[in-house]
Write a protein that binds this ligand. Sequence first.
Ligand SMILES: Cc1cc2nc3c(=O)[nH]c(=O)nc-3n(C[C@H](O)[C@H](O)[C@H](O)COP(=O)(O)OP(=O)(O)OC[C@H]3O[C@@H](n4cnc5c(N)ncnc54)[C@H](O)[C@@H]3O)c2cc1C
Length: 469
Amino acid sequence: MRSIVWFRGKDLRVADHGPLAEAAASGDVIPLFVLDPHFFRPDRARDLPHRMQFLLDSLEALAANLAQLGSRLLVVPGRSVEVVPRLATQWRVDRVLAHRWVEPFGRERDRRVDEALGRSGIPFQLFEGETLLPPGSVRNGQGGMFRVFTPFARACGARLDPGPALNAPKRLPPLPGGLGVDVVPVPTMAELGLSTNPRLQAGGEGAGRARLKAFVAGPLADYAGDRDRMDRPGTSRLSADLKFGTLSVRAVWQAVADAGGGESIRRYLNELLWREFSHHLLWEWPALLERPFREGFSGFPWREDEAAWEAWTEGRTGYPVVDAAARQLLAEGFVHNRARMVAASFLAKHLLLDYRRGEAHYLGWLTDGDWAQNNAGWQWSAGCGCDAQPWFRIFNPVAQGARFDPEGAYVKRWVPELAACPPAFIHEPWKAPRALQAGLDYPDPIVDHASARERFLATAKGHLGRGTP
Ligand SMILES: Cc1cc2nc3c(=O)[nH]c(=O)nc-3n(C[C@H](O)[C@H](O)[C@H](O)COP(=O)(O)OP(=O)(O)OC[C@H]3O[C@@H](n4cnc5c(N)ncnc54)[C@H](O)[C@@H]3O)c2cc1C
């Protein structure tokens, strides 16, 4: 039995890798990665600099890990819908194995690859692994997908036994001879016209495992209390590992569940279920990448306001938490979850700018930028997503700051103009005594919270045509 194991950017690991384990157990293994111009053309790569850096790190690490096991990662440029069927025929393989993707464009790619392989009689087998349970498999009493998180999580919990993560194969067979293909090295950032950002997390399976271990031994114990605190390193920072699959979600679940019981562990596993929920939603409703979940929001009269957009993206809105989030995103490709919610809500509700613009901006700059989770996060924050709460809840950036960054340490880290501002005014510096304000060199708020809130409520009520849909 000869198998291509097609690594596809969401499973860059050798441990708990179903396709690799299956191939290794039954004969020749050809590990393949395709440099598809859809992502790797320099003008495309420039749209996602941080994700690209993490991905290239992770690919290098994967190549090294496979070499250590006795095999070799073949990196081949070209369009995957053409390259994979061509190589499968040329190498006379018995099957192509890969992990399933949930995104509509990934599903379409897989449909085309399957069709082309089918013409040569070569099976294309997709494995689960991006999620804990197969997308589409968690159903409500009527057989449909849940529209609200809590019953979805309950239904998952009832079925959830992810089972033990698979160990990495101990050895892999050497590549079969005579493959005769032009392989290329993993490209560098410079070759893609990008500069390396030293503030980013390092990618790769080893780095991911070290992060997981450090989290379980440290911040996990206080996760329930600290996870919302923007000023504390209280979360796992595993989102990019989960996105690129340098760690499997099952391995993370297992490591955390094995750490014992208690509220912190329960809360953490619950966050993994939020991740699960967003993937199952996108599987069920692929159009979510373009359309709001709450249909009433279709055609919403978002404003055009370039000055407001620039202030939001550059971190000059005059609202410290919103500005800190904007600058953290550009600087280190990450934003604390609480700050993401406040900043996203501010764009859509305070500024009345189309959430899809913010969604695309985040997807471009986040290292963990993930279609399903980012879309769910943006729709939730804009009020048009899958949320048990009504759309008219509006985050107050001042109150959020005071509660989850009480001393202003998060703000001061990213907005150094406010370094001299005392905690009493750090989230509303416009209320500081005039003499202090004069020395701060920080803009006045671009909108007033109370009036912006009223404007959103009036616009939404008018558009939705009823009070509380
Ligand atoms: C506007 C907005 C955009 C977002 N975009 C993304 C994105 O592109 N990619 C992404 O991975 N997450 C996204 N999230 C969810 C969340 O902010 C991040 O997963 C989290 O901040 C990552 O940090 P962490 O790994 O330290 O999280 P932890 O608190 O340690 O959580 C553990 C894991 O659970 C998952 N998770 C946590 N919170 C959520 C959530 N609310 N929804 C879905 N999954 C969650 C993540 O995989 C995370 O790594 C977004 C949230 C919002 C509000």
